[in-house]
Write a protein that binds this ligand. Structure first.
Ligand code: TRP
Length: 454
């Protein structure tokens, strides 16, 4: 066990940090969730709102989270305690983040498990030579089987635990460095393939021609919530990762690069998927199965299709892993920093607990599909709604209010945001943080609550 006042582990290199933080950001949110919620919310207009949320709300909050973590040099709760004193109400924001990360990990692992199953399917040739209908049915069979889903979910949690036990440099940083670039290349290939397919035009129009009549209040909430989800904000993740960052890192350029990478990957995923959706006559609003039902179709028409499909699902699983490790790390860092638990014990126990809590989510697609405790939604959808639509935006809102209004000496503390080289940056950042981000979150949340009760 490290001595109590041993220097805190830091990232081995700036590049390693970018890849780890981008690895947290880029995950199922980009490749699985973004396309399917874009499909459900009618395309173009939703994408525009989403992009606005990313750059006007998400990016400034990401910078704030990094700053808080880097100044606090502790986990999400401890960083607030280090800045505001132990017992400060701001520590609740950290607490909320730890809780959100834990719930996220529980249901994220279920979907990530599906990608494990698809690796296996692709590897054994189970996806090749099948019609779109058959591929559709395969997805239904998988999620319909409680045993299979839970088996893969368990395996995924075990993988996450194994990496987090290795800690920051040996585990998280090393893996991200190898896998993220390969994922990117493969998505490029899929994108090109999509653009050459007969559905290219319809796909592009769907994603980029806005029809504002399709923007419901629920779509606004989805877009904002997803901006937080895809950038890993509002759950203490970027505070925790920022705490492993050294003092002279240029937070603006790091955050901008992470945000751009994340956005490009989401758009590439959409542009790979929607042409296929239209060419094969599938339903854009098909829901959570969308990637699993379209990508195999693309590959089945390519040379070496089975091989490429295998590689794709391996990378999807790794993208999910580099995200899930960041969720687990938030909780583990809290237990290490605040409760003095050894890393090994913390990781094993939290992993086991997240697996158990995730089981009702796994059952939501089969045995408990009809169990809808609230709002007519099953357990999985409730977890997703609670975390993605409420906890993350609220957590992000509090970070924005803290850094924008309450953090004393924010200007000096944010000096690395770049007053010398970029005199415009601090005022712009502060303005977005003080006014734009809180207004956006409040309007969307209040709107939604009005709808829930009305
Ligand atoms: N951003 C990841 C994705 O898009 C998921 C994720 C990881 C996350 N850590 C998070 C989401 C913390 C919210 C908060 O798949």
């Amino acid at each position: 066990m490290p001595a109590l006042n041993a220097p805190r582990a830091h990232w081995a290199s700036r590049f390693g940090f970018i890849l780890a933080a981008a690895g947290s950001a880029i995950g199922l949110g980009n490749i699985w969730k973004f396309p399917y919620i874009t499909g459900q919310n009618g395309g173009g207009a939703f994408v525009l709102v989403y992009l606005a949320c990313i750059f006007l709300v998400g990016l400034p909050i990401m910078m704030a989270e990094f700053l808080i973590g880097r100044h606090g040099q502790r986990d999400a709760v401890g960083s607030f305690a280090a800045l505001e004193g132990k017992g400060s109400p701001w520590c609740l924001v950290g607490w909320g983040g730890v809780l959100a990360s834990f719930i996220l990990l529980s249901f994220y692992s279920v979907v990530a498990g599906w990608s494990f199953d698809y690796i296996f399917k692709a590897l054994t040739g189970g996806l090749s030579g099948r019609s779109p209908d058959e591929i559709n049915a395969l997805f239904g069979q998988l999620v319909g089987s409680a045993g299979q889903v839970i088996f893969w979910q368990a395996l995924f949690v075990a993988g996450t635990v194994a990496i987090v036990i290795g800690g920051i440099r040996g585990g998280i940083e090393r893996w991200s460095k190898i896998l993220m670039p390969v994922l990117f290349l493969l998505l490029l290939l899929l994108f090109v393939r999509g653009m050459l397919s007969p559905g290219a035009r319809a796909g592009l129009e769907f994603m980029f021609r806005p029809d504002f009549h399709k923007l419901t209040p629920a779509a606004l909430l989805d877009a904002l919530g997803h901006a937080f989800f895809t950038l890993s904000l509002g759950a203490g993740t970027m505070i925790t990762y920022g705490s492993y960052l050294d003092r002279d890192a240029d937070l603006f350029s790091l955050s901008l690069r992470i945000t751009l990478l994340d956005t490009v990957v989401a758009l590439l995923a959409g542009l790979a998927i929607f042409p296929v959706v239209f060419a094969a006559g599938l339903e854009p609003g098909a829901g959570p199965g969308l990637v699993f039902q379209t990508i195999p179709i693309v590959f089945s028409g390519l040379p070496f299709g089975s091989l490429l499909a295998t590689v794709f699902f391996i990378l999807l699983a790794f993208a999910a892993l580099s995200s899930s490790i960041s969720m687990l790390e938030v909780v583990v860092a809290y237990l290490i920093d605040e409760k003095r638990w050894p890393r090994l014990l913390a990781t094993l126990l939290v992993g086991a607990a997240a697996f158990l809590v995730g089981i009702p989510s796994a059952l939501s697609f089969n045995r408990w599909a009809e169990v809808t405790p609230l709002f007519g939604k099953n357990f999985f959808d409730l977890c997703d709604l609670l975390v993605s639509s409420y906890m993350l935006p609220l957590g992000g809102l509090m970070v924005a209010i803290y850094a924008g209004w309450f953090w004393k000496g924010a200007e000096e503390k944010a000096e690395l945001v770049g007053p010398t080289r970029r005199p415009w940056l601090f005022p712009l950042w502060h303005f977005l943080l003080r006014f734009v981000a809180p207004a956006a979150v409040l309007i969307v949340l209040l709107n939604q609550i009005g709808i829930l009760t009305g």
